[in-house]
Design a protein around this ligand. Structure first.
Ligand SMILES: [Zn+2]
Length: 73
């Protein structure tokens, strides 16, 4: 979880707090918290998300459709 990752997350939380459903904010926060358990997107990481946010794969897919400009200040 480097500085770039944190900046991306801050950006997303800001964006979704304004325009998107609460579930997305919860997913982004849980994603980052899960990195405290596992720094990589490995099996242990996905097992935690599967348990806590069963629909996280759909949410990730949705987030990945955001235009690149959404990531830039
Ligand atoms: Zn991650």
């Amino acid at each position: 979880m480097g500085q770039l990752q944190c900046r991306k997350t801050d950006h997303l939380v800001e964006l979704f707090a304004r325009e998107k459903p609460e579930a997305m904010i919860v997913y982004v926060i849980l994603h980052e918290l899960t990195h405290l358990i596992s720094p990589r997107h490995d099996q242990r990481f996905t097992a935690v998300l599967d348990r806590e946010v069963p629909r996280w794969r759909n949410m990730r897919k949705w987030l990945n459709t955001l235009p690149l400009e959404a990531w830039i200040d």
